[in-house]
Design a protein around this ligand. Structure first.
Ligand code: HEM
Length: 253
């Protein structure tokens, strides 16, 4: 009998460190995505119904606090994810080249885009919005950049909600279902898969950033104005990537 199971082969892909990292990764991941869903499904529609004074108070006291947990949970999710990836890729040299590769890399492509949206778009723009709100609460004027910043942050936040559905699928799929798609460990047509995934990803992200016809492009208004549509088309996006990508293009069984 070994002395301790958790410390046996601690740094290996079957050992305790990967398991602790996995647990912490999911723990901080739910904190991040939970707050993302709170902002999109609860805060935005509620704020639209509040009086301007009450809304400003809520931005100052509630949103400000929520944003601290939101952005640091995102960073911690990333850190634990990179640790997991490091353990797997260094221990199993074929982790990224066999069926697990396209699965986890699809999840990571979307998750890292979401992290960049949090730190490089949502947070800087929300600082402008809340700075402006605080000026108004102190009896001053609104910052003229506030409406544009609010829209930029909102589009990136909706893109994250949209991506989160497919992102989480591939996080979980990698270990629990992807093995069924390739008996010999190899998938077919991975190059075509990546062209499709990258094109779909670039289209959504470029739109959210306003690079395709501005922040009020027809796509942005259609998919991102109403959170219910963001959810519906988020599932359509998942269905295209999964059924076309994995069931039609890549499966090798
Ligand atoms: C930010 C960048 C991220 C990176 C680099 C990353 C990386 C990883 C890696 C390498 C795995 C292990 C996959 C395997 O089992 O082989 C994983 C699993 C997982 N990730 Fe992430 N991830 C990220 C973001 C997220 C986010 C935002 C969530 C949201 C909750 C999340 C949730 C999960 C879940 C639930 C699992 C599967 C746990 C299991 O099946 O036991 N990840 N991630």
């Amino acid at each position: 009998m070994t002395l301790s199971v958790i410390f046996d082969n601690f740094f290996k892909s079957t050992g305790g460190l990967q398991f602790v990292a996995r647990w912490l990764h999911v723990l901080v991941g739910i904190a991040w995505i939970g707050l993302l869903y709170f902002f999109n499904f609860v805060q935005t529609p509620s704020f639209a119904e509040l009086s301007p004074g009450a809304r400003n108070e809520a931005f100052d006291k509630l949103t400000w606090r929520a944003l601290w947990w939101f952005r640091w949970a995102a960073m911690a999710t990333f850190a634990m994810g990179v640790l997991l990836l490091g353990i797997y890729a260094s221990d199993n040299t074929d982790y990224l080249t066999k069926f697990t590769g396209p699965s986890i890399l699809t999840g990571i492509l979307l998750a890292v885009t979401m992290l960049a949206n949090v730190w490089m778009v949502i947070w800087p723009n929300q600082q402008i919005v809340i700075g402006s709100v605080r000026q108004q609460l102190a009896g001053g004027e609104a910052d003229p950049r506030q409406p544009d910043s609010a829209k930029r942050g909102a589009r990136a936040s909706r893109a994250n909600t949209f991506f989160s559905i497919t992102m989480l699928w591939f996080m979980v799929f990698t270990t629990h279902f992807a093995p069924l798609y390739a008996t010999a460990g190899d998938l077919k047509n991975t190059a075509i898969y990546w062209i499709m995934v990258l094109a779909l990803w670039a289209w959504v992200e470029a739109n959210a950033l306003g690079y395709v016809g501005g922040l009020d492009s027809a796509w942005n208004k259609f998919v991102f104005d109403d959170h219910k549509k963001t959810i519906i088309y988020g599932f359509v996006y998942w269905a295209v990537i999964f059924f076309v990508g994995w069931e039609i293009l890549m499966r090798n069984v």
